[in-house]
Design a protein around this ligand. Structure first.
Ligand code: ADP
Ligand code: MG
Length: 601
């Protein structure tokens, strides 16, 4: 195999030539225990950076096997290493002076995460080697290759970064990270046997720095979470871990039980902040996040109103029927759904994808979807109101479909009758006010009538039609771009994910875009339901990871940067594709049980 001196020679030779000559460096180069693989060379200094991999032999890296001896620990350790590489790259950039050259010349990127810890393709650890997948801007001045700069970057700096981050990293920090994530996942695995859908540990710091930042609010301003005694549970940890300065083998906090949980309290007392933490709790968090011991069931889905979204043949009949002009609500379609119809559709779509629980916040809900009080019932008779509000369905969803709900509702007491648990937030402190709310409901009846005519049925499964998901654009067979966390350009369509609140990482959005294309090419046929497609993607991710998602992936090469998305956000993106066409399956979903397990996995 060529070694790094061969690479130096090529770079000297192509110095000053036009950018195309960089193609000569494609290939693999060895340096002692390292191997540098140049898989993809960018077209010009302003294009997406080149894709390189750097592999280090375990004989040299000596990563302790106990940090990756099961799939959860491996996921955590790989995530941890990606963060180390990112830090080393930044340190190196800082100490090495400014980047020279045009455009992206000299950048070194690794797809490491934010506050959440996700399965990602950026790092692979095996017993033989560790490999980081990098994006590197090959240096040029205009379109002229800066060979000397390239040599410093590729033959020196990259290796320095790998040495600083991947070779014998401090074991204590890595072990703490891995143990912490493994324990979070162990709690998540226990939730359902404890009858819980979420757990919020005492001492958690829930509020974020700002609406634009996911980082924790400075500690001195935070009221630490403290569960009310009546709702407190203690959960054993898988292995002892340091929490708040002490080594602990169990952890206490609020257990959010299956069923209907209402979060009430005055404005600005922390209701939405608690719900947001539960929403994000479907993912593990890094130590120090403040929410690392907020752990939610993997199947919880945030549902909100999103007027203007597209809806394709969703059966929203349980919530909305008898629309003006005889419009169908068993196969409701709209290019411009209203607040209530969009929220109903998102809810049914979440059930279709296998959600185990729903999270709703009054702040982001359509009022008429949530409530219809006695006075309104008196003024607008039922035959003129298509909506059966959620207040009439929330118990039924639990009792007939085993779907739990956590609902933030500070403005309407009609929900008291429906709740198993009522939590009030006062000055950011949760109180158990279930009994009080019950007593109020008993003494001061809301006098509203139940009006629902039909029971909530099983969810209609839909079959996406081949050809309605098409990533091509002009002469390009595949044209997929993610503009931001919540914007995908898919072929000729834009997918707007602003209403999909549990997406956490822009690269996750990119993975979703690639997965939709992957599904369209390989999974969608004339009779496969959307849920089956999601099951198959989950199985693929479980068994083979995300390396194969990239439409241009070549075996053994840089796979692109893909953290794992959840099935719910994947489904949400497919459902928001404006070209999507489906037909409803004759078979209704009679097998909620097994697929719910899939979602919990
Ligand atoms: P609500 O939904 O009840 O109106 P929010 O959850 O939006 O209230 O919280 C209001 C403000 O209080 C936010 O700026 C939030 O960051 C802050 N906050 C929430 N919880 C805490 C806490 N435990 N300690 C300090 N500040 C908090
Ligand atoms: Mg709020």
């Amino acid at each position: 195999m060529p070694n790094i001196d061969d690479l130096r020679r090529i770079l000297k030779r192509i110095d000053g030539r036009s950018y195309n000559a960089y193609h000569e460096i494609r290939g693999e180069f060895e340096l002692d225990a390292f191997r540098l693989c140049v898989d993809h060379v960018q077209g010009d200094p302003f294009a997406s950076p080149s894709k390189l991999r750097l592999r280090v032999d375990q004989s040299f890296a000596q990563l302790p096997a106990e940090l990756f001896d099961n799939s959860v620990r491996r996921l955590a350790f790989e995530d941890h290493l990606a963060r180390r590489v990112r830090r080393a790259a930044r340190d190196c950039a800082r100490s090495g002076g400014e980047r020279k050259g045009s455009g992206k010349s000299g950048v070194v990127l690794v797809d490491a995460g934010g506050q959440e810890v996700l399965k990602r393709t950026a790092i692979v650890v095996t017993s033989e080697w560790v490999e980081v997948r990098l994006e590197v801007g090959l240096p040029a001045n205009g379109r002229k290759i800066l060979g000397r700069e390239a040599e410093k970057l590729l033959c020196e700096r990259l290796f320095a970064i790998a040495r600083a981050s991947l070779v014998q990293p401090p074991a204590d920090a890595a072990r703490h990270f891995v143990d912490c994530i493994e324990n979070q996942e162990a709690i998540r695995d226990q939730l359902s046997s404890l009858g819980l859908i979420a757990f919020v540990a005492d001492g958690s710091r829930l509020p974020r720095e700002s609406g634009a930042s996911d980082r924790p609010l400075a500690a001195q301003n935070v009221v630490a979470f403290e569960s009310p005694e009546s709702l407190r549970v203690e959960i054993d940890l898988l292995r002892p871990v340091e929490i708040g300065g002490a080594l602990r083998s169990s952890i206490e906090g609020l257990g959010v039980r299956e069923g209907v949980t209402l979060i009430v309290g005055g404005g600005y007392h922390g209701k939405s902040t608690l719900l947001d933490a539960i929403e994000r709790g479907v993912y593990p968090h890094i130590p120090g996040d403040g929410r690392e011991w907020v752990v939610s069931d993997r199947g919880l889905v945030k549902i909100r109103a999103e007027d203007g979204r597209r809806v394709e043949k969703v059966d929203i009949d349980a919530f909305i029927r008898n629309l003006p002009q005889g419009r169908s609500t068993t196969a409701f379609e709209s290019d411009d759904a209203s607040g209530s119809t969009s929220q109903a559709a998102s809810l049914v779509e979440a059930l279709e994808a296998g959600a185990s629980g729903l999270l709703l916040d009054e702040d982001t809900s359509a009022t008429n979807f949530m409530v219809r009080d006695a006075r309104m019932q008196a003024l607008i008779q039922k035959q003129h109101e298509p909506i059966t509000p959620f207040v009439e369905r929330v118990r039924e969803l639990h009792e007939s479909l085993s779907v739990s709900t956590v609902l933030v509702m500070g403005g309407c007491g009609d929900y008291f009758d429906t709740a198993d648990t009522v939590i009030a937030l006062r000055d950011y402190r949760p109180l158990d006010v279930t009994e009080e709310a019950r007593a109020i409901a008993a003494n001061a009846s809301s006098s509203r009538q139940m009006e629902a005519a039909n029971p909530v049925g099983e969810v209609a499964q839909r079959i996406p039609l081949q050809g309605s998901i098409d990533a091509s654009r002009g002469r390009k067979r595949v044209s997929i771009r993610t503009r931001s966390l919540d914007q995908i350009e898919f072929g000729r369509e834009e997918i707007d994910l602003r209403g999909v609140e549990q997406l956490v990482d822009r690269s996750q959005t990119r993975a979703i875009a690639a997965a939709i294309h992957f599904a369209a090419e390989r999974l969608i046929d004339c009779d496969r339901t959307l849920r089956d497609v999601l099951d198959r993607l989950d199985t693929l991710f479980d068994e083979r990871g995300l390396d194969e998602l990239d439409p241009f992936y070549r075996v053994g090469q840089h796979p692109g940067n893909y953290p794992r998305p959840r099935r719910f956000e994947l489904a949400a993106a497919i459902n928001r594709l404006r070209s999507l066409q489906v037909r409803q399956s004759e078979k209704r979903d009679s097998q909620r049980g097994p697929t719910r397990k899939t979602a919990r996995r």
